[in-house]
Design a binder for this molecule. Structure first.
Ligand SMILES: Cc1cc2nc3c(=O)[nH]c(=O)nc-3n(C[C@H](O)[C@H](O)[C@H](O)COP(=O)(O)OP(=O)(O)OC[C@H]3O[C@@H](n4cnc5c(N)ncnc54)[C@H](O)[C@@H]3O)c2cc1C
Ligand code: SF4
Length: 491
């Protein structure tokens, strides 16, 4: 408390106020459109839910938020109706709080570690973060960055996903000229082309992109590094370069028949669906190839991407949607909240099942599967799935979508830059204290460093990289002054 007085009575309400999420639209209605599934919190409901916070001495929610958000503080301000201050505090550590509030797997992060979770159910932290920031947008409190002075230095960022966006804002705030290059035609990366509208309305991302433009960030879209410029050219053009290109190489399904038409990787399917929703012409969708309408759809995989595919297929009008996963529900890698949404909407989960072959000649007719049992734990502690002899059977299907995860592309080859060092997983090798790669003045952030991860980690990396780039450029500036001669940009 700023004034030293005791915590107001308004807080610690978890004993008499039950956990309530914002209203969720009925599953039947959800299945018919791509609108977000949660309604808005009413302002009094948000304040009441925020007042459930126990203001505990060690805020585990904050510790388990990758951004270290000052959660108890902005919950308290929300409970007291001081929304503008709550917003100021929320945005001080997060460049996109309304987006994280919508799509963070809170059950694994902040809310999963809320102290009152045991016995009383967690404070609905994500929904309140979203509420505060949506209100801030409506009331005009979200303003473009206005640097106090221009530094006359420029930074190139490759990738306009959440890592690139967060870094761009932070660098612009410090007075850099910021150029963001992206091979897509819109800003947002997977926020636009991966994550479906029912989880994150595209307009929420678009207004963030506009804000960055109004802040003076310059976007160069339809610009693919490796095709339109080599990394070395960008390095020569800018005082430093940040690589934030994400990971996009789909892991292949390696069973007989995997090459048949109508077996499609998740991103191809989701990009088409998202583009269609944005009003783009999508020939692969319009000719029926990537449209699930009227089809029996089988999605292979158990992560968040698989959940997005099954729920998209339902909304497109599939007659049957099955999700095959080789472990059980308790061992799903994605957010259990997302699994529950999919179950409510009518997805048929076929647990402990693995594909053995895709059936069909020219087109898919089905999937041969085998039942699995969970054996002894492996070195990671997870139980190993083992096939049960003679338990195979066939599932009918017209469209099979594979969601088996992503690996990084071969960036040194793509960028024509053998000096970029990668780890054994193919991710870019950085010094995690500085996010610096092995090439001087070249930094990296987000999925391309971590492997497929989360939006909130991408934001964290983008912010860390921006701070490290600033320190790097300043140090070089001081060296210039000392030698009285401009240093060349490229190392
Ligand atoms: C289907 C799906 C659903 C997901 N759902 C969630 C979720 O609910 N919650 C969550 O927290 N996370 C989710 N994630 C993960 C999350 O989207 C990523 O962790 C996050 O977007 C990574 O951010 P990034 O900025 O590193 O990369 P990206 O968002 O992938 O952005 C990278 C950008 O770089 C551009 N780029 C790549 N190569 C080049 C090049 N050579 N030249 C120019 N530009 C280039 C790309 O076009 C892209 O715009 C999901 C991922 C997927 C695939
Ligand atoms: S950013 Fe994500 S983890 Fe952090 S408080 Fe918000 S919803 Fe929770």
């Amino acid at each position: 408390m700023e004034d030293g007085s005791p915590v107001p009575r308004k807080l610690l309400r978890f004993v008499d106020v039950a956990q309530r999420m914002p209203d969720k639209r009925p599953a039947d209605a959800r299945r018919r459109d791509f609108d977000e599934i949660y309604d808005r919190f009413r302002e009094d409901a948000a304040a009441e839910q925020a007042a459930r916070c126990s203001q505990c001495g060690v805020p585990f929610c904050q510790i388990h938020c990758p951004l270290g958000n000052h959660i108890p503080d902005w919950l308290k301000l929300t409970a007291e109706g001081r929304l503008r201050e709550a917003y100021e505090l929320a945005q001080a550590t997060n460049n996109i709080p309304e987006i994280c509030g919508r799509i963070c797997p809170q059950d694994r992060l902040c809310e999963g570690n809320c102290v009152i979770e045991r016995g009383f159910e967690a404070v609905t932290i994500g929904s309140i973060e979203r509420h505060i920031t949506d209100i801030a947008w409506e009331r005009g409190w979200v303003r473009p960055v206005r640097p106090r002075r221009e530094l006359g230095r420029s930074i190139g960022i490759v990738g306009a996903g959440p890592a690139g966006m967060a870094a761009a804002e932070e660098l612009r705030r410090r007075g850099y000229e910021v150029h963001v290059y992206d091979r897509y035609d819109r800003v947002g990366g997977l926020l636009v082309y991966g994550i479906p509208n029912f989880k994150l309305d595209k307009r929420v991302v678009e207004r963030r992109a506009r804000l960055l433009e109004e802040s003076g960030v310059q976007f160069h879209l339809n610009f693919e590094v490796g095709r339109d410029a080599r990394l070395a050219e960008l390095r020569a053009r800018h005082d430093a370069v940040l690589i934030a290109t994400g990971v996009y190489k789909a892991r292949d399904l390696t069973v007989p028949g995997a090459g048949i038409r109508n077996v499609v990787p998740a991103m191809r399917y989701l990009v088409a669906a998202n583009r269609k929703g944005l009003g783009d012409a999508v020939p692969d969708f319009d000719d029926g190839t990537l449209d699930a309408r009227g089809k029996r759809v089988v999605v292979i995989g158990g992560g968040d991407t698989a959940m997005d595919c099954v729920r998209t297929a339902l909304r497109q009008g599939a007659v049957d949607v099955k999700c095959l996963y080789r472990r059980d529900r308790a061992n799903m890698p994605g957010s259990l909240r997302e699994v529950s949404h999919a179950e409510e909407e009518g997805v048929d989960f076929v647990w402990l099942t693995m594909p053995q072959a895709i059936l069909g000649d020219d087109r898919v007719t089905g999937v041969r599967v085998v039942r699995m049992r969970l054996g002894a734990p492996d070195s990671s502690g997870r139980q190993t799935p083992q096939a049960i002899d003679g338990s195979h059977y066939n599932i009918d299907a017209d469209l099979v979508i594979t969601a088996l995860g992503f690996d990084p592309d071969d960036l040194p080859a793509m960028f024509g830059e053998p000096g970029l060092v990668v780890t054994r997983h193919g991710t870019l090798k950085v010094d995690f204290r500085t996010m610096a790669t092995e090439i001087e003045g070249v930094f990296a952030a987000g999925d391309i460093v971590r492997g497929a991860s989360l939006v909130v980690w991408a934001v964290r990396d983008g912010r860390d990289a921006a701070a490290a780039i600033h320190a790097y450029v300043e140090a070089r500036g001081q060296a210039e002054v000392a030698t009285d001669a401009p240093l060349s940009r490229a190392s």
